[in-house]
Design a protein around this ligand. Sequence first.
Ligand code: HSE
Length: 312
Amino acid sequence: MKVSVKVPASTANIGPGFDCLGMALPIYNTVTIEETVLPGTGIEINMMSETETIDEMKFDNIPKDENNIVYRAVELLYNSIGQEPSELKINIQSQIPIARGLGSSSSVIVGGLLAANQLLGNPADEAALLAIATEVEGHPDNVAPAILGGFVLSNQEDDGTISYCKLKWPEEWNITVCIPDFELATEIARSVLPKEVPMQDAVFNAKHLAMLVQAVNTKDEKLMKNALQDRLHQQYREKLIPGMKEIVDSFKHEDGVLGCVLSGAGPSLLVISHKYDIDKITTTVREIWEKQNIKVDIRTMKVEEQGAKIEQ
Ligand code: HSE
C-alpha cells in the first residue's frame, strides 16, 4: 500500500511572532510512503527535485537512514501505538527550496506523518500529529500551517500539546518572497540567538505581536506597519544575511509596503505590501543583493489556505 501527501511550504515568525506565527505558502513538497512487502529491505529514502532552483547535490547531505527527519517522525507515530515501522520506501518530490526559511523540513515531517497515519488506519488525530511534528521540528510555527493551512498562531504548552488559532490574512495584502541563492541552516540561525534577552525586548515583541493580531483582524495597514517589528531574533541573524539590513531599511518609509521581515530563520525575506508596485520591490531587493553577488528568486503569492492533503 502506498500513500502520497502534498504539503505546502510555510513562512514563520513574520516580524514579532518568533516561534509562534506561521503561514502556509503555495509551494509544495509531496511525500509518498510505501510499505514494502519484502522483509529485510529496511528503509529507502529518495529525494527528487522538481525545480531548477533546488540543487540536487544538496540532497546528498540529507541523512537517508533512521536519522532522517521523516523517518524519525514516522517512527514516533508507530511507537505511539506500540509498533515499530516496517520496511518503508519514502519518496520526497521537492519544490520547496532547502534551508531558505520556507519550512522545507516541516513539510516533509508533516507529509511523512500524514502518509504513515493513513497507512496505519488513522490512529492519530490532529492534536497527536501536531505534537509529534513539533517534537521532531522543535517548534510549532511551521508545522502548524503545514498541517492546517492558512495563517496560524500556535504554541507548545508545557504538557507538549499544541494550542493554536487561525487568523484571517487580508487577501489584498501581498506577500513577496525573496529567496536568495544561499542556504542558512536553521541550526546555525538559532545558534546566534542569545539564551536570554533584555526585558524591554521581550515586552517590545509582546506588544507588537498583540498589535499584529489586531491589525490582521481589522485590516489596519497603519497598525500593521508598526506591528511588523522584532527584537528577539532578526537583529542577531542580520549578520548571517549580507544586505538584509539595507533591504529592510529601504522599505521602511515606503507607503504601501507594510514591512519587510525575515522568513523563519532566513535567509529568505518577506515583503508585505498593498497597492504597491511589485516590480519596484523586485528591483530594490535584486539591486541590493546583486551588490553582494547574491542571486535571488522573487515570487509574489497569496496565503495557501489548504493544509497538507492526502492525494491517494
Ligand atoms: N521560528 C523558527 C526560527 C523558524 O526562527 O528559528 C525556523 O524553523
